[in-house]
Write a protein that binds this ligand. Structure first.
Ligand code: MBD
Ligand code: FE
Length: 284
């Protein structure tokens, strides 16, 4: 750990909550009465059934109530929802796609990262820790046509497993960058390999994990959003082979199609990897 101020669940939770409110909470107003009635009834019914089936006690009810209050106090609703719920929403939302598999966004995306053109280095500190990674790829449409000017937004944790803007003392756009494909749809990105990520253990989500005897780990991953005019936005994560958490990601967000195959680079110190994206045209 190179920081002097320790990251806390409450601080990263507050950041993720503010980010969600700034970007996405407005979209939550769009459900009809009928839809809210149907879904709220079914979710509550499922909770009632669980209580009857397992004879949930008042002590357990109060423990859950205290815990739910703490989730809010710690700002961990974005973390809780994105770790334990989002993967199913993503599956349903993208099941029609013929192009690239995607996966969950998670709580730490920030729009507007610096533009590095079609070939460049993601913003990083001098001597950023981690194995250098040179990633080349191409963006195409499902009909095979090349997508020039497509945007690849990349964000990921550092070698300590921390995200800029959600942990203290990391430069604002560290390991967050936007790349744009060239005339042949190609991009080349220089970054470093991220470390496996442990979700904060000192907040409400960590309390649930400890109480249930689970672990808090996600495999190392690169987050991407890939977009091109007339095409559906692809939100994905890329993983690394042989990560011990590829098979038991706490966020259930690993798919075999998203595991990279990095190779030793020519200089021996870095790794090179080829991975491109196929986008689905927007249906009209
Ligand atoms: C992450 O970095 C992440 O990607 C998800 C899904 C949840 C918590 C932290
Ligand atoms: Fe992440």
């Amino acid at each position: 750990m190179t920081t002097t101020t320790q990251p806390t669940a409450a601080a990263s939770g507050a950041g993720a909550t503010a980010r969600f409110k700034a970007d996405k909470s407005a979209g939550a107003a769009g459900a009809s009465n009928e839809r809210v009635d149907l879904l709220a009834r079914e979710v509550l019914g499922a909770v009632h059934n669980t209580i009857r089936k397992h004879k949930v006690t008042y002590a357990e009810y109060n423990a859950v109530k205290a815990w739910l209050i703490k989730v809010g106090e710690d700002g961990e609703w974005p973390l809780f929802l994105d770790v334990w719920i989002e993967h199913v929403v993503e599956d349903v939302a993208t099941e029609h796609r013929k192009g690239n598999k995607g996966t969950i966004e998670g709580p730490y995306y920030v729009p507007g990262s610096p533009d590095s053109g079609s070939s460049g280095t993601i913003p990083m500190r001098e001597n950023e820790a981690g194995t250098p990674l040179i990633w080349t790829g191409r963006v195409t449409s499902t009909d095979g046509s090349v997508l020039a000017g497509a945007r690849v937004e990349l964000w990921h944790a550092d070698d300590d497993g921390l995200y800029s803007q959600f942990a203290p003392e990391i430069p604002e756009w560290n390991l967050r960058g936007t790349f744009t494909t060239d005339a042949e749809g190609r991009f080349e990105i220089r970054t470093v390999r991220p470390a496996p990520y442990q979700i904060p253990t000192d907040g409400a989500c960590g309390q649930l994990i400890a109480a249930a005897g689970w672990h808090a780990w996600r495999p190392a991953h690169l987050h991407v959003k890939v977009s091109a005019p007339g095409h559906e936005l692809l939100t994905a994560q890329l993983y690394f082979p042989n990560d011990e958490h590829n098979d038991d990601d706490i966020a259930s967000a690993v798919k075999p199609e998203l595991i990279l195959d990095p190779q030793p680079g020519p200089d021996g110190a870095s790794q090179v990897v080829e991975y491109g994206f196929v986008l689905d045209p927007e249906s009209v």
